[in-house]
Design a protein around this ligand. Structure first.
Ligand code: ATP
Ligand code: AMO
Length: 434
């Protein structure tokens, strides 16, 4: 495989070896064409019976679609070839034969159901438009990491096997840990907070979260990727600024570095980087605006969580990414701080895409007594969280942060209908393999 040339780099006059998958075989009788596909694109290989070695032509004609071959030869200009060049082969080596019966058609000519695609991701990602989603996902993660670096964050990794949940007891996956009950972590929440009180001060983590969600929906996964930020010495408004920076950086990175993937997805025209300061509505304004749309059968009142149809009506009304701030304390978790002058009102916020929630965050309760009281109010046993609460006795600075759903960011950015399309091997209620 030494000196392999990507098909996109093969220029007229070059002697090259390209390797890839047989995308198409067209035998016109006397002359035949193989289209070879690799990660960079496709190239035509011309086979001519009269002028080429019989064995070479036979090898080329016998090879099944989706087999892996290596072709050495000279590159010629050919205006009738799909990429204006073709290879006149001197040798063709079959590296891996494919069965002729394929569970899905990587050329995309025959549509496949999502479940068939997920069962055969290797073949599915041979399609340009599926591969493009994951190239963009990779760029999003790269840009997000760079944005966290701009903000002076240190990347951390925290345990995924834990003793307690944080985001509501019903959504935990229990496991057995050397005879003891343990859980898959729902959020790095408590660990990232413990690290803002350490010498690191400002941290981020990109890692899996596990939630035994009750419902099967197009926007929930049972294993998702959480992009988490936490910083000492900032309040919730500064945490929102950081959130804006990170989300915008993801869009900017994709706009700058994923031109061809966006083109493959037909998004070149409509791709827009969120611009200007994102609107920040209070929860109270949000419910008033939802009620004013008349889209809900029942009017929302203070204290209600926002139903999906309400989020959608408001998203249509606002028309861009936006924040909802100042949520009622009673519907936010124990670690979110209330406003100093009104304990019914929390510093919790959500960042919304017009289609759905992307981020939750807030300023944290860093005062030991208030924190312990908050546990009790939510019916949680503070003793179980002692490893966490005790660090609040040794100098825990004021701090704030948020968690962004990685797949939701990919999904909303690319207009994907189902969040499963943004994960290679999704975990949902019906899917544990592959
Ligand atoms: P040529 O004299 O260039 O080999 P041709 O026009 O005499 O081509 P054939 O050789 O019989 O015709 O080719 C059959 C078909 O394949 C034609 O429709 C021709 O346009 C097309 N064709 C020939 N060579 C190429 C090529 N290098 N790339 C793409 N299509 C080709
Ligand atoms: P929350 O529970 O709102 O907050 O989660 C944060 C973000 O993670 C994404 N998300 C999911 N994505 C796909 N499938 C799921 N099942 C799923 N659950 C959550 C969403 C959501 O907005 N500890 C807090 C964050 C914080 O305050 O820092 C938390 O986990 O995009």
């Amino acid at each position: 495989m030494q000196n392999r040339t990507f098909t996109a780099d093969a220029a007229p006059g070059d002697e090259v070896t390209v390797a890839g998958w047989v995308h198409e075989v067209r035998d016109l009788g006397g002359i035949a064409f193989l289209i070879v596909r690799d990660k960079s694109g496709k190239i035509q290989i011309k086979l001519e019976e009269d002028s080429m070695d019989d064995e070479l032509v036979e090898t080329g004609l016998d090879v099944a679609r989706e087999s892996v071959i290596s072709v050495s030869g000279s590159v010629k200009e050919e205006p009738r070839a799909p990429t204006d060049v073709e290879i006149l082969p001197e040798s063709i080596e079959v590296l891996a034969e494919s069965d002729t019966e394929l569970p899905l058609d990587p050329s995309g000519k025959v549509d496949a159901e999502l479940s068939t695609r997920l069962d055969n991701r290797t073949l599915d990602l041979r399609k340009g438009e599926v591969k493009a989603v994951f190239e963009i996902r990779s760029e999003i993660l790269r840009s997000v990491r760079a944005a966290f670096r701009d903000l002076g964050c240190t990347e951390i990794n925290t345990p995924k096997i834990v003793a307690t949940g944080t985001e509501g007891g019903t959504e935990l996956f229990p496991i057995t840990y050397f005879g003891e009950e343990a859980f898959m972590n729902q959020s790095p929440q408590l660990f990232k907070q413990l690290m803002v009180g350490s010498g690191l001060e400002r941290v981020f983590e990109i890692g899996p979260i596990f939630r035994a969600e009750e419902h099967n929906t197009p926007r929930h996964l049972n294993e998702a990727t959480s992009i988490d930020f936490e910083s000492a010495f900032v309040d919730h408004t500064e945490a929102m600024d950081a959130c804006e920076h990170v989300v915008k950086s993801a869009y900017e990175g994709v706009a700058a570095n994923c031109e061809s993937a966006l083109e493959t997805l037909g998004l070149t025209e409509e791709f827009e980087v969120p611009d200007g300061e994102l609107p920040r509505l209070t929860y109270e304004e949000a419910i008033e605006r939802i009620n004013a749309t008349g889209e809900l059968d029942e009017q929302l009142v203070w204290g209600d969580d926002l139903p999906t149809e309400g989020e959608r009506a408001l998203g249509d009304d606002v028309g861009s990414h936006y924040f909802i701030t100042d949520w009622p304390s009673e519907i936010k978790p124990f670690y979110i701080k209330d406003h100093d002058d009104d304990e019914q009102l929390s510093t919790g916020f959500d960042m919304m895409h017009p289609r759905m929630e992307l981020v939750s965050g807030g300023q944290r309760e860093h005062r030991y007594e208030h924190l312990v009281a908050g546990f009790e109010q939510q019916g949680l046993d503070p003793d179980q969280f002692e490893y966490y609460t005790k660090m609040f006795k040794y100098g825990m600075p004021p701090h704030a942060g948020w968690g962004l759903g990685g797949e939701r960011l990919v999904m909303t950015m690319l207009g994907l209908e189902n969040i499963r399309e943004a994960v290679l091997f999704p975990r949902d209620r019906q899917r544990l393999s592959p």
